[in-house]
Write a protein that binds this ligand. Sequence first.
Ligand code: HEM
Ligand code: HEM
Length: 176
Amino acid sequence: MVHLVLQSPPKPYTTTRIYLHWISALVILWATLSGFGVTLLPVNHPLRQWVESVNPQITSLFIPLFAWRLWLYLSTSSEQSTGTGDLQKNIAKLTHTLIYLCVSGVLLTGVVMMNHPVLLLGIMPLPQLLHSLPALAEIQQLHHLLCTMLAALVALHLAAVVRHQLRGNPVLRRML
Ligand code: HEM
Ligand code: HEM
């Protein structure tokens, strides 16, 4: 019995956290790839205009889901980290915390940097919060910087998952 328990440890993530992880992954990968992708197009290209009008709506709708996820992370993280003197676990924990910080910063700067009001799903108006042009430009630069850092962290995250899988440590199973 003891062996059985040791060989198949309980799932580290609840079903809710697993769903929230995959929804977040979809939204963040889409917003990152399409957001950076369309900067290669001219400003008035229809595809760029479509992405720049749809993405702020998708990512704004994502804010409550992310807040929920962050809350679940903060309320369970202390249990997961206790008693593990393991360097690898601490590095994973640090990277996950940085991802959470970066996503929070990207969402916050995204909302503040809007240079025109956005109509969410055609019904709910999101107001423009900042009107000073130099301040808007600064926040936009910060959004860009945080998006770049987030993209780097996500690349690191994916590389770590692949590396673990290839070395016979099936981490993907923990998130399925
Ligand atoms: C998951 C969160 C988000 C990600 C990953 C993300 C990603 C990106 C990326 C990669 C770009 C293009 C890079 C650049 O040139 O700055 C961009 C631009 C932009 N983002 Fe976000 N974003 C997120 C959240 C938001 C939110 C919540 C809003 C507003 C409600 C927003 C509004 C914008 C706007 C208006 C632009 C166009 C900037 C311009 O005109 O130069 N973003 N975003
Ligand atoms: C297709 C792409 C992705 C795959 C295959 C993937 C895979 C995984 C796996 C297997 C874990 C569990 C690690 C463990 O505890 O052993 C995990 C956790 C995590 N992933 Fe991803 N991931 C992906 C995309 C993303 C993206 C885009 C983000 C956010 C920017 C992200 C953020 C996180 C975070 C913060 C955790 C820690 C657990 C939590 O707080 O929910 N992942 N991921």
